[in-house]
Design a protein. Sequence first.
Length: 321
Amino acid sequence: MDSMGRPMMFAAVLGKSLIAFVAAGLAATWFGAGVWFLEGAAYWIPCYLALALIGVGVCIRASARRWALFGMVCAIAVAAMLAQGYIPPANRPAKGQAPNLRILQANVYNHFGDADALITLAREFQPDILLLQEADDVWAERLRPLEAMYPHKAILPRYTRSGPDLGQYLRIESDEPRALSDKGIPAVMTPIKVNGRTVTLLNVHTAAPFLPGRAKSHRKQMRALADFVKSVSGPIIVAGDLNSGPWSPLYKMLTREARLVNARQGFGIRGTWPSFFGPLRIGIDHVLASPDITIVQCRVGKGIRSDHRPLLTELFVPPPG
């Protein structure tokens, strides 16, 4: 084989492998519901687009035209899935609509996160509510400077027999928070008062489904969360690290059955994890709201040395009636 043939053969194998990997990921995303290791494929949709385009380019270079065409079909399918995030929700804000509720949500990565960076971000964004996951008493001490801004503070367990995990700081009127771990939901519920209405706020942190046992727990938690949200009367906001991307069958089940609107809807991917993935980050941290709540803005905040980036959301809760 001549010296030019080997590189071309290697390029063809590489390009075909990338495209085959993307095709397998798409098939698992579409048809893998109920199989934990296949459901995980739904995390990586943004990555599939990059891999498909690289594979197409390599196959064109290697004259593997049929594979290049197949790769383009895969890339178009992925792009169509990503494009759904740019379609505005039905309840879009009126021009110039000012928010009356700001939420900063962040998984602080246990003790690895930078408290000073989070405090700076909170002072810049001025959220009414700061919701944290993987926070504990050490974080409570680190965030003591925020207590002057947020008179209502709580850090509660994620599970019935576990240490603190779910932290929240509020500067709006609210009732006492209550853990929902007894209902099989790793969440804290807090009724808050906004614009003359009582809104149910859930701070959630479901299990990461990367092992069989944890995947089973994740499925049960998402099912219990959907059932609980359906039982709540009045407006509701579900926020936190759901460990589930927008293309996951369990995420789709939750938003469909509980009639929740993702704050990202109309703003694009707005990925938060892993923080070092740049434009290929996936949105597993969410702010979901009932349809009568208007999403004014949603964006990703500056890094806080966590494996997650913060999510900054501005909403408008309409008055009663």
